[in-house]
Design a protein around this ligand. Structure first.
Ligand SMILES: Nc1nc2c(ncn2[C@@H]2O[C@H](COP(=O)(O)OP(=O)(O)O)[C@@H](O)[C@H]2O)c(=O)[nH]1
Ligand SMILES: Nc1ccn([C@@H]2O[C@H](COP(=O)(O)OP(=O)(O)O)[C@@H](O)[C@H]2O)c(=O)n1
Length: 226
């Protein structure tokens, strides 16, 4: 079997991780593991970790490292046979160390998007809660306003996208992410993309991944988890 591919996509809330992950999963056949969706599934299912996580997310805070790693690592260990793209984890150095103890990453995609762009996007982000699909009133609006394209179900604005929580999230991101970015830079696996538009970043990411993903992996065998 050819070598499996392991990638992480990181960036502040609203930087386009979910949007770009969908495109990567679709074009390169990697499993997309969204830590945010996974946390939200646990909240909906009222698991012990989900109940705990909810108290933090409502305030726009990060979920503590031990809760996130206890949720995510077992999920990754179930995926040893697949090439995957991990979205939104690790967020902290402790999470990066925990990830490092179970696998070697090939590529880390780092999205560097101006603050004003992030605020503007998140104000207009609408989500289909059970699938994690996201929309934006201008960038990718749903076909019928307020409803998910696939299921026709109601879209919601996530609690942590409301203005009160949003500012706190964006403020904390930079400080916490810096040591993680430095770590991946030191390992020479960090690729940073800076722009205000996903459609301008995407061709560069696509070119990068075309050179990195081993032949036989890019056959879209593993669909996105959405
Ligand atoms: N206007 C605009 N909106 C975008 C662009 N890329 C993504 N979005 C929207 O911005 C919001 C945040 O994107 P998302 O992928 O959820 O970011 P994440 O929080 O990093 O996972 C969503 O509503 C997307 O539909 C872009 O290039 N322009
Ligand atoms: N590694 C992680 C991932 C998500 N989370 C929490 O889950 C929320 C939603 O994560 P997400 O990746 O869907 O969203 P963004 O914050 O990137 O928009 C985050 O804002 C955090 O409160 C966390 O604390 N730690």
């Amino acid at each position: 079997m050819s070598k499996l591919f392991r990638a992480v996509i990181m960036g502040p809330p609203g930087s386009g991780k979910g949007t770009i992950s969908e495109r990567i999963a679709h074009s390169f056949g990697l499993k997309h593991i969204s830590s945010g969706d996974f946390v939200r599934e646990n909240i909906s299912a009222n698991t012990e970790a989900g109940v705990l996580a909810k108290t933090y997310i409502k305030k726009g805070l990060l979920v503590p490292d031990h809760v996130m790693t206890r949720l995510l690592l077992p999920r990754l260990e179930e995926m040893t046979k697949y090439s995957w793209l991990l979205d939104g984890f690790p967020r902290t150095l402790a999470q990066a160390d925990a990830l490092n103890s179970i696998c070697d990453l090939d590529v880390v995609i780092n999205l560097n998007i101006p603050l004003e762009t992030l605020k503007e996007r998140l104000r207009h982000r609408w989500t289909h809660p059970s699938s994690g699909r996201v929309y934006n009133m201008y960038f990718n609006p749903p076909r019928i306003q307020g409803l998910d394209d696939i299921t026709g179900e109601q879209l919601i604005q996530q609690e942590d996208d409301r203005p009160e929580a949003l500012v706190a999230r964006l403020r904390h991101y930079k400080d916490i992410a810096k040591p993680v970015i430095d770590l991946y830079k030191a390992k020479s696996i960090l690729y940073t993309f800076s722009d205000t538009e996903t459609d301008r970043i995407w061709p560069n990411i696509s070119t990068l991944l075309s050179t990195k993903i081993p032949i036989g992996q890019s056959d879209a065998r593993c669909a996105s988890t959405h």
